[in-house]
Design a protein around this ligand. Sequence first.
Ligand SMILES: NC(=O)c1ccc[n+]([C@@H]2O[C@H](COP(=O)([O-])OP(=O)(O)OC[C@H]3O[C@@H](n4cnc5c(N)ncnc54)[C@H](OP(=O)(O)O)[C@@H]3O)[C@@H](O)[C@H]2O)c1
Length: 251
Amino acid sequence: MKTAIITGASSGLGREYALQLAENFPEVEEVWLIARRKPLLDELGAKLSVPAVSLPLDLTSDGDLDALARKLREEAPDVTVLVNCAGCGYLANVADTDPQLLSRMTDLNMRAMTLVTRAVLPYMGEGGHIVNVSSIASFCPNARMTVYSSTKAYVSSFSLGLREELRERKISVTAVCSGPMDTEFLDVGGIKGNSKMFKTLPYCDPKKVAAGSYRAAKADRAFHTPRAFFKLYRGLAKVLPSTLVVKLAKT
Ligand SMILES: NC(=O)c1ccc[n+]([C@@H]2O[C@H](COP(=O)([O-])OP(=O)(O)OC[C@H]3O[C@@H](n4cnc5c(N)ncnc54)[C@H](OP(=O)(O)O)[C@@H]3O)[C@@H](O)[C@H]2O)c1
């Protein structure tokens, strides 16, 4: 069965990916929605025109990652779209952050994204698409979000390397580098009201980010960076010394 898998589907950008799936990939016959909050996944699934399966999994748990691998083995789906969107970011200096929150960021943003991709790859064929949600934070470290920005640098780097590995299998890999979006991410991470940078930057609309990501995936583009402002930032971060950009990019 032609299947799409979306992590972080219960809210924000991941929910938008689910809502826009059918119009972008009409061949998909079933979608697996992954996040921890089952009621939100069920509610979303009921809205979709594609049959949806709620998979309430905590992707920082080895047991839940194993459960996903088991389901893949049992169902052997033909995965045509994988969207790795689950992620979190906490605002504070490293020295002031609860170590559990630091590992939640590295476990979810890097480890889970890597292991979910590894688990799904045997079930992806020619013409498949992988969308990995990175961030503008991947362009240069952001002080006060040092761990978050480092995890997103990993996401972008992983995506680019994987893209080369999968070229012969004709599977596209796209890293999405959005600017701030007004989602639960800001409350969960203690960012709302506590960061001058987040107050000043232009915001991205999750609807447009999801639509742009799918367009970029279908066009086999390595990166999707919404808004001219962030494209310019990406260019500057490439050419200016990182020791200078890091001072300007403090959250
Ligand atoms: N918002 C921004 O400013 C911004 C900017 C650039 C990039 N991003 C990236 O965009 C992605 C989506 O974030 P968002 O803005 O849409 O925020 P969000 O609304 O908080 O979405 C995060 C999603 O991840 C899921 N999640 C969190 N912990 C999980 C876990 N342990 N296991 C499984 N799922 C988990 C959440 O669902 P449950 O709570 O139900 O598990 C939720 O569905 C993230 O990768 C984020 O880094 C966000």
